[in-house]
Design a protein around this ligand. Structure first.
Ligand code: AHR
Length: 629
């Protein structure tokens, strides 16, 4: 029997406590929330941006930062396959039979397009696009197709949706004229299919240069271009805010890969693409305007994350030059004006031209993602000052506790990726936080370690932690899970809240936890006591949970330490005397980290010794945990 007594009201609940964090990871965007059916619609997937250079068989090096990453999984490189060539795995976006394909790098659609596709058709030859693991269609539904193309002499092309030799829909267009021309048609399917391709066929010999091509569903959520079942899944969470567009993709790993507002607005065929740190290109059709529109459609407060003049430190990022930093700041101010400015302002006018004359909301703005240290503090202050001067109503969010170094801070974003024990042990994590300090945004949290990841047991641990956030919502003002979406055919991270393929979607158990919390908010947090004669038995293998005092991990580790180190350390602070190695990216980070550890030592929650005389940024720490203090 369990009895819960509630008494005094402590404080009102935080209006925006539960929200979502959208990042384009695991193909969440193109082929997902942004339901483009054609993969590589800009023909640029195989191109590497500035600062990258190809090394060997599809492996690429970020030359300007020294960080190596692989783009050889068929995503960074969209293989071009012609007749009689063996298809590589995974399946490429474009194939040709009795036709030759060639990338055109000069005669492109516009200055923002780096490639076009030249196809020489033999009579009866064709090229086809396999979509994001197949193109799905529904009987009777209309699918708009448009393209920009040119040809020296008129060529009649047939566009059809085909699976196993059956044509579900077809339409013809005659391409001609010297300059690029836009062509539109609609494909209406006469049956259901899940794994079709778009086939472009010519009955006569001819050559066509394609500058851009798109095929999307005619029906989207509110007619605003996003995939209905996925938006409905989001709606089911009853979210109060949406953090976007990332995450690591905001930071990028080189200047050429950071996310900038200016690249994500305007006609979609004019938007430059982005090579994301999650190993594929985005066409940026899902851009700033679309995010704001989604927030409006689901009545969520927008929480925009801007790049703050440095790239991803977790990936040995680079500091942007003063000039680039200035450009980044201006880009952020422009983004704000786009959302909030009147129609007669420069960027308000652009918003109106995109069909939204009234301002959007823009409630929160996070300065950087997972950045830290002195360089961050400097940049944070610059952004904070310039934003608040012009838009005092915008609530800003910092990545770390820079108020401890004298910066003005309204709210701090803290992230937790760990095992289920961590979440259950830390229900009281925020109980002792300083009530005079900044608000807290728990912007990323998930059990992503251990055998329970993605399972019901992990969801229960996460739910316990959420109870801790709920009862501390006088300071914990915002919370979201990460990552939000995953195309099951392109996973870059595990686990993810909502999984989908090209036509189906489902929530993992954690989805239902967040849905329950999101839909049942209450008005006040009240004091409560509980009496129970139920004996809680830890599950097999979890006995250590009982034996330990909940550790006080508060900022010493998170602040200043690279995320990867923090995660690793947190995962390990469990066994007395356990030794392990940590890789530090450089001397400076090593120093910051050691300082933090000394601070942690002073707090007596655990003791860490760093061997400072080791070189190469690699050193060993011994972690001692006092049990049952
Ligand atoms: O959620 C996945 C990644 O985890 C985010 O991009 C980043 O902010 C964090 O490290």
């Amino acid at each position: 029997q369990l009895q819960i007594q509630t008494k005094n009201r402590k404080f009102e609940t935080a209006k925006d406590l539960y929200g979502i964090f959208f990042e384009d990871i695991s193909r969440a965007g193109d082929g997902g929330l942004y339901p483009e059916f054609l993969r590589n619609r800009t023909f640029e997937d195989s191109l590497l941006p500035d600062g990258y250079e190809e090394k060997g068989d599809g492996v690429h090096v970020v030359t300007c930062s020294g960080w190596e990453d692989e783009f050889n999984n068929g995503e960074g490189l969209s293989y071009w396959v012609e007749k009689n060539k063996i298809a590589p795995t995974p399946i490429p976006a474009w194939y040709a039979e009795h036709a030759q394909m060639e990338l055109e790098r000069k005669d492109t659609l516009n200055a923002n397009r780096s490639a076009a596709l030249r196809v020489h058709f033999e009579a009866g030859g064709y090229v086809y696009n396999t979509g994001f693991h197949g193109i799905p269609q529904k009987q009777g539904e209309a699918y708009p197709l448009y393209l920009f193309a040119k040809s020296d002499r008129p060529v009649c092309l047939e566009f059809s949706i085909e699976e196993d030799g059956y044509q579900f829909a077809q339409s013809r267009l005659t391409i001609g004229g010297e300059g690029y021309v836009r062509y539109d048609t609609i494909l209406v399917s006469d049956g259901d299919c899940e794994n079709a391709s778009l086939v472009i066929r010519s009955q006569e010999e001819g050559e066509v240069l394609f500058g851009f091509i798109s095929l999307m569903p005619g029906k989207t959520y509110n007619g605003h271009g996003l995939r209905t079942d996925l938006v409905e899944k989001l709606k089911g969470l009853n979210p109060s805010f949406m953090r976007f567009p990332g995450g690591c993709i905001v930071e990028g790993s080189t200047l050429s890969t950071v996310m900038m507002f200016k690249n994500t607005i305007g006609p979609v065929w004019e938007r430059p693409g982005n090579l994301l740190v999650w190993h594929y290109r985005s066409y940026n059709g899902l851009g700033y305007h679309e995010y704001l529109q989604l927030c409006e459609d689901l009545d969520m407060e927008p929480l925009y994350v801007c790049n703050c003049g440095m790239t991803c430190q977790g990936r040995r990022g680079v500091l942007l030059t003063d000039e680039e930093l200035e450009e980044m700041l201006q880009d952020t101010l422009n983004a704000i004006e786009y959302a909030l400015g009147p129609v007669n302002s420069k960027w308000g006018r652009q918003r109106a031209a995109m069909g939204h004359p009234a301002p959007f909301r823009l409630t929160y703005l996070e300065i950087g993602n997972e950045n830290w240290g002195p360089n961050y503090e400097e940049r944070y202050q610059l952004f904070y000052r310039e934003i608040k001067k012009r838009y005092p109503q915008i609530k800003t969010i910092a990545n770390t506790h820079v108020e401890e170094h004298g910066c003005p801070v309204e709210c701090v974003d803290e992230h937790f990726y760990n095992n289920v024990e961590f979440f259950t042990e830390n229900v009281g994590y925020y109980d002792s936080y300083d009530r005079q300090g900044p608000g807290i945004f728990v912007g990323e949290q998930a059990v992503n370690e251990g055998i329970y990841s993605g399972k019901l047991y992990a969801a229960l641990g996460e739910a316990a932690f959420l109870v801790g956030l709920e009862r501390n919502q006088d300071i914990v003002r915002l919370a979201s899970y990460a990552p939000l979406f995953e195309n099951v055919n392109y996973d870059a991270w595990f686990p993810n809240l909502i999984r989908f393929d090209n036509h189906r979607s489902f929530g993992i158990p954690t989805y239902y936890v967040w849905r329950m919390f999101g839909k049942n908010r209450g008005k006040y947090v009240v004091e409560s006591t509980q009496e129970s004669d139920v004996i809680y038995r830890p599950m097999k293998g979890m006995a250590s949970l009982k034996a330990k005092k909940a550790l006080h991990y508060r900022n010493p580790i998170w602040e200043g330490a690279p995320a990867a180190v923090t995660h690793e350390l947190m995962g390990h602070v469990k066994k007395t005397g356990e030794e392990f190695c940590l890789e530090m990216p450089d001397e400076q980070q090593k120093e910051v980290f050691l300082n933090k550890m000394r601070w942690a030592d002073a707090e007596k929650s655990f003791v860490i010794f760093g061997e400072e005389d080791q070189t190469c940024g690699r050193f060993e720490v011994e972690v001692l945990v006092e049990e049952d203090l």
